[in-house]
Ligand binder design. Sequence first.
Ligand code: UT7
Length: 322
Amino acid sequence: MFLGSGKAVPERVLTNHDLEKIVDTSDEWIRERTGIERRHIADDKLTTSELCARAGAAALQDAGITADQLDAILVGTVTGDAKFPSTACYIQDKLGASNAAAMDLQAACSGFLYVSTFADSLIRTGKARYVLAIGGELLSRIVDWTDRATCILFGDGAGAAVWGPAGDDGRGIIDTFMKSNGKLTDLLHMPGGGTSISMQDAINARMNYIKMQGPEVFKAAVTSMGEAATTILEKNGLTGDDIDLLIPHQANIRIIKATAKRVKMPMDKVFVNVNEFGNTSAASIPIAIDEARKAGRLKEGDLALLVAFGGGFTWGSMLVRF
Ligand code: UT7
């Protein structure tokens, strides 16, 4: 069952007009093609674990759970503090979660849906009672600030949710759907810094940045998010009419609208904050959950459909009675 949420974003805001001074772009182009108006960007000292710990602490407070009650901290991120150990271990220390297992899971923008699915599995099998699921990214650290096709899209942020045992009132994660296609890894990736291209070679060849084939990723995102949304609805005998709020991954307003159209949901039942944060990858859905709740758009008992798509490719959906 969902117990609480929290978010944390850097204070510093980078507007489309600020970007006009960095690359050859315009506020009009960015708003029309993506729906993004601004994004939050970390200063040099902030780490992913720090931002995630802030979001996690807020979620724990919201849930009324103390850090030592957590059995696991699961973090979706592609921009961890270090290659290893996991960012979850740094967060475990920062929160003082003395009884928790900690690990990262890498599913790019689908990260939060993936970690929440595993949180749910741990809880259902009795291996855990309370799990903190976090999606957090400092994408600004791996963005090529000379590439106008990508640098306008991404932002920094973290969002978190505390999951606990299902109540007897039907609230909780009702179903999840996850899929991947590794044939398309090259369309959206940061190729350097792993075992295939060393960090030194990557720096020399500018491979230590996000590389994306935008239009191809766009088409795959529309198809996959549509599939994820319709599959989980059909499997559960539901239609868009039964859903109180659609919370899609916030990458591009045109992808969000196409997903809503596939499940025949009007835009007033779709949560959108891509204008404020840009694409924060794994953080986008938990930030949206927290904002939707605090804005009164997502209330206890509401049925929400969460849908994500990201590099890998990975995609998925989740039905949650909040
Ligand atoms: O989180 C999941 C992963 N990411 C995504 O879901 C992103 C998916 N892709 C997209 O959202 C879109 O493909 C973009 C927003 C990245 C690009 O929009 P598009 O409508 O697909 O534009 P495009 O790449 O086809 O480029 C159209 C034109 C090109 O100029 P020409 O060749 O027509 O003269 C680009 O060079 O727009 C140009 N362009 C820009 N112009 C101004 C590309 N980036 C910019 C820019 N400012 N920032």
